[in-house]
Design a protein around this ligand. Structure first.
Ligand SMILES: C[S@@+](CC[C@H](N)C(=O)[O-])C[C@H]1O[C@@H](n2cnc3c(N)ncnc32)[C@H](O)[C@@H]1O
Length: 286
């Protein structure tokens, strides 16, 4: 797959340069078929900054005095943030019944009773909060005497602000078991639900761009990484780069979960593939 867009339809109108800039910034690849989607998103930002053409907007993003802030706003326009609690139930069952017991056995044997988990494209927070609830359920049994922390990151500051706030609609928690709804959510006036502060305290939200090498090299010592439903927006080259970082960031024996429709086939052959009922997971060899 190509990694730049020069020479595609209507080259020279600034559109392909804008798509290149998005790709270089965050690894997200927009095929020609997405042109109308992109045009409408660019149009909103162009109106906001007073740019009259794609070329002028591109120049603004490259050389404008607040170019970083504008790039952030553009990324917020073009990213897809759909998510929900317990989105991929078989994955969370594998975490609970397979991975946690294995991790406790392996790390417990060397006396290191801490788990570090990274939800790497966390959107509005449903994924890391789901992980926290699963760990909390084990806090007095399997994980008694263990510490755990969850780092939750995204490139989009708007979704991170909503994640920190932790207020959700009934729709976002539609797949959440009744038991967890009752135990970990507090009803709000108007029908929404707030995640309990007991769950919040395990999670640190941060802005991290998965395509930014300078940030990725610092996220070390991880036991489990979730990178779900974001690789689909990347091309092969950007997927390879991000997955290599995950490999380097995981402890030996650590696990990587990706989205149900995503695969590491042709991307990385260092991970060991494991099947579980309803999905797959990847392990960095011991
Ligand atoms: C569809 S959501 C997935 C949310 C959650 N992981 C799930 O599976 O339900 C994709 C998220 O990836 C984020 N994203 C896109 N490109 C990114 C990048 N380069 N670095 C970090 N996050 C990125 C988007 O902002 C969005 O919130």
């Amino acid at each position: 797959m190509e990694t730049t867009y020069h020479g595609t339809a209507r080259a020279g109108d600034g559109m392909s340069q804008l798509r290149d800039l998005i790709y270089e910034t965050c690894g997200i690849y927009f095929a020609d078929s997405k042109r109308y989607f992109l045009e409408s998103r660019f149009a909103r930002r162009m109106e906001a900054v007073g740019a009259k053409s794609f070329k002028e907007y591109h120049s603004y993003l490259r050389h404008g005095s607040d170019r970083q802030a504008e790039i952030q706003k553009l990324i917020e326009e073009i990213t897809t943030n759909e998510t929900s609690f317990f989105r991929n139930m078989p994955q969370f069952q594998a975490l609970q019944t397979l991975i946690l017991p294995r991790m406790v056995a392996a790390k417990g044997a060397i006396g290191f009773k801490r788990l570090k988990i990274w939800s790497s494209a966390c959107s509005t927070g449903e994924e890391p909060y789901t992980i926290a609830m699963i760990l909390m359920e084990k806090a007095t049994t399997l994980l008694a005497g263990w510490g755990f922390e969850i780092i939750a990151t995204d490139i989009n500051d708007q979704v991170l602000a909503r994640a920190r706030e932790g207020i959700y609609s009934e729709y976002a928690i539609r797949a959440t078991p009744e038991y967890h709804k009752k135990k970990y959510f507090v009803a709000q006036p108007g029908g929404s639900l707030a995640i309990s502060p007991d769950v919040k305290k395990y999670i640190k939200f941060q802005n991290v761009n998965l395509y930014d090498d300078s940030r990725m090299v610092f996220l070390k010592g991880l036991d489990i990484i979730f990178c779900c439903n974001v690789l689909i927006y990347f091309d092969q080259t950007s997927k390879k780069k991000v997955i290599q970082h995950f490999y380097n960031n995981l402890n030996r024996g650590g696990y990587l979960f990706i989205g149900h429709s995503e695969s590491l086939f042709g991307i990385n052959d260092e991970f060991k593939l494991h099947h579980f009922p309803g999905g797959v997971m990847y392990q960095k060899p011991l």
